[in-house]
Write a protein that binds this ligand. Structure first.
Ligand code: C2G
Length: 711
């Protein structure tokens, strides 16, 4: 099998993925390759990565465009330069299994196109999972129905003989960015048998940041519709009268895309008119045969589109959605509630003086929403207040109604309250109404990198960034406790509305209640001894240790016995787990020395009663520093956490206002010499305090409420 393969890689701004992509090509077990990269005037650092491969490996060559020409142009250009017997296309954010090309070359049936297995990759592990069982010598094949192959509308993963490309003059469309492959594929539609190499893996990366740098398929739906309409009309004209199979294929693709993608545009007020016009124009080209194969609901819509009947179309679509939603709502109570929310509650009048509060997903009565609520109950008596909890029936000051999260009452109040105050995001399915005001308080000064400042995250949901973006568009106000947070939030959340810069409402209590009387009262209410000093241990959660979404694992990584032996005479320890932690800590036998306060609502009281804080990477130390009390960092997994899982905004080893500890002995030693530590870290602590606590006055709540709420 001595045949050269020309691998074609168009590149546009994919510096995060390019190294892995080119490495997977350079490392192919089949080595007789010509790799043609076309750099389509990338504005990022992609050129540096390309240069490195071109200099080190004589099989790599690069053409650089001086202005952006589009992916179709790049591929056509590279084909002109190809000298291999076969051409294989790779997208610059994707990757290949090391034998992807070798396997395909083993297929030797005439008039056949061999294609690989396309596997979607969104997490690092998924590559390993999918290739576990495939250390085989030879190609495993299965023949593929034509439609299966062509419905991908993608050339990547297949081996095309150059002779076929040249003789049929196969070309990518250069006028559109998406779907440009259709014009390359249509001349060979049904002309060749399609065989899939089951063990020739092509890894298609599902990018998790479709907001900052979308792949072609992740662009906005209206842009995709425009491109599809463009190429569809051109190809229809070309094939309508001389190739029935292609013409039929194009119609099926259009209807398929209409049902899966374009129909959703009709829900977007600002886009639906122009989407209707575009769809109406191209639907006129669809053959009656395809139309009559659709079910009665879709057929009605398509006919209305063909005839340009705007009102009738939206009437039918409304009916379609109603039937679909009703069917869906029969499958779960929550879906039923959501339908009532959309159909009834959202149409009821907004109450200008109603506020709905939520904190930590209904788990706690705590944090800034609590401070804001307590201030408002005193100073805004004519307002109506609603608190969202997972378990209702709590004792609260004031007259707030309590509703269970995701219950019918929850939807009613969220639909009819003018104001929402929450320290986290609202569920994706909640929509804002004209006049709604959302005060997002957020829940901590960031050490760990957040959302758009995180690199490609493999451990999170691949839709994390997209969802976050959508949810955070609802925020009207965002609280930043310090200048450092304010800067970060702008980039990490892409937030460009009103930033409230007065300090954290949740920290006001650290200024107002930092006195012996209050501290004694809290200690007594928690049945804690008054003659012992208090160490508070409040670590964060680990992204990669979980049972299921939202339920994380945690086990104590220190020796309680040793701690009691050495510190028990003078200290007690409060354990405070993060609200994501589902594990129940076992402290049997340590009663009187260890107090598990993980279920206690507000951590601020625990800050006030403790003399020393031990944490790791949790934002708790930023708040705690308002008390100017000593902080110890128990960072036994620092390297992994910082370098693999998250990344930090601060230089952990040099900027923390306390020592980094890795063992129980080091903790004991630090607690026993806490005065010395305070002295050693005084300068760093002062610097830190200046940076983090400079806006805190103990009156943040008042200033924020006055700015957001009308009296
Ligand atoms: N928290 C707590 N107990 C802990 C840890 C955290 O009560 N053991 C509370 C604190 O109010 C803290 C907040 O939860 O400020 C956020 O916790 P982090 O550990 O910082 O983690 P995370 O929820 O991922 O938020 O900008 C901040 C980041 O979003 C981090």
């Amino acid at each position: 099998m001595n045949q050269k393969v020309s691998v074609i890689v168009p590149v546009y701004n994919t510096e995060e993925f390019l190294q892995e992509c080119l490495q997977s090509i350079a490392g192919q077990s089949y080595i007789d390759l010509q790799v043609i990269i076309v750099n389509d005037a990338s504005t990022d650092q992609s050129h540096k990565i390309i240069d490195q491969f071109v200099t080190q490996d004589h099989r790599f060559e690069c053409i650089t465009n001086h202005k952006r020409m589009g992916v179709g142009y790049c591929r056509n250009l590279a084909i002109k330069q190809a000298t291999g017997e076969y051409v294989y296309f790779v997208d610059s954010d994707d990757m290949l299994h090391e034998k992807a090309i070798e396997y395909l070359l083993q297929g030797d049936k005439p008039n056949t196109i061999y294609t690989g297995h396309v596997v979607k990759i969104d997490k690092k592990d998924s590559i390993e999972d999918s290739t576990k069982e495939q250390e085989e010598e030879s190609l495993r094949t299965k023949s593929l129905p034509h439609f299966e192959f062509y419905k991908r509308m993608a050339v990547s993963s297949a081996l095309f003989p150059l002779e076929v490309i040249k003789s049929l003059d196969l070309k990518f469309d250069e006028k559109v960015d998406s779907y440009s492959e259709l014009s390359f594929l249509m001349p060979i539609y049904k002309q060749y048998k399609i065989v899939m190499g089951k063990n020739s893996y092509y890894y298609r990366r599902v990018r998790n940041d479709p907001i900052t740098n979308p792949s072609l398929g992740q662009r906005e739906r209206d842009v995709l519709l425009q491109d599809f309409a463009d190429i569809y009309s051109r190809l229809k004209k070309e094939y309508e009268n001389n190739n029935e199979a292609v013409s039929k294929y194009l119609d099926i693709q259009l209807i398929r895309l209409y049902r899966s993608k374009f129909i959703l545009l009709m829900k977007e007020e600002d886009k639906k008119k122009s989407a209707f016009e575009t769809l109406s124009t191209i639907m006129k080209l669809v053959s009656y045969n395809q139309l009559k194969k659709q079910n009665v609901v879709i057929r009605g819509e398509l006919k209305a589109l063909q005839k340009g009947q705007y009102k009738k179309y939206f009437r039918l679509l409304g009916f379609h959605h109603f039937v679909r939603d009703t069917k869906k709502s029969m499958t779960s109570v929550n879906k039923f509630y959501r339908q009532i929310y959309r159909g009834i509650f959202m149409k009821m009048p907004l109450n200008d003086k109603k506020v709905v509060f939520g904190s930590f997903l209904g788990k706690q009565y705590a944090d800034s929403p609590k401070a804001i609520y307590e201030y408002m109950t005193k100073h805004y008596p004519d307002y109506e207040f609603v608190w969202v909890f997972n378990e209702t029936g709590r004792k609260l000051p004031g007259k707030a109604k309590q509703v269970k999260r995701l219950s019918l009452a929850y939807y009613y109040h969220l639909a009819t309250a003018k104001y929402w105050v929450s320290n986290m995001r609202q569920p994706l399915h909640l929509k804002k109404r004209e006049g709604n005001v959302f005060l997002e308080t957020w829940h901590g000064t960031p050490l760990k990198r957040l959302v758009f400042d995180m690199d490609e995250v493999y451990s999170a949901n691949p839709k994390y960034k997209k969802n976050f973006y959508q949810q955070s568009r609802l925020w009207d106000y965002l609280i930043a406790a310090n200048p450092y947070s304010s800067e970060i939030f702008k980039s990490a959340f892409k937030f460009d509305k009103k930033m409230l810069e007065y300090g954290y409402p949740r920290n006001d209590t650290l200024y107002q209640n930092n006195n012996g009387e209050y501290i004694t009262k809290v200690k007594k209410s928690l049945n804690m001894p008054l003659d012992k000093k208090v160490v508070l241990y409040a670590p964060t959660w680990r992204d990669d240790e979980f049972y299921e979404a939202g339920k994380y694992k945690f086990d104590l990584k220190f020796d309680l016995q040793k701690l009691r032996d050495k510190l028990g005479d003078d200290y007690i320890i409060i354990l405070r787990m993060h609200y994501f932690i589902a594990d129940n800590l076992n402290i049997d036998g340590f009663e009187g020395f260890v107090y598990n306060m993980s279920k206690h609502d507000d951590i601020a009281d625990l800050y006030l009663i403790s003399d020393i804080l031990i944490t790791d990477y949790s934002s708790v130390f930023f708040d705690y520093s308002n008390l100017r009390r000593p902080i110890l960092y128990y960072a036994y997994d620092l390297e992994k956490y910082r370098d693999q899982l998250r990344g930090f905004y601060l230089d952990y080893e040099n900027q923390m206002p306390g020592p980094i500890l890795k063992t129980t002995d080091e903790i004991i030693n630090a607690v026993q010499h806490i005065d010395q530590i305070e002295e050693d870290y005084k300068e760093k602590y002062d610097e830190f305090y200046e940076k983090i606590c400079c806006w805190e006055t103990g009156h943040a709540t008042e200033k924020i409420v006055q700015e957001v709420f009308k009296k």
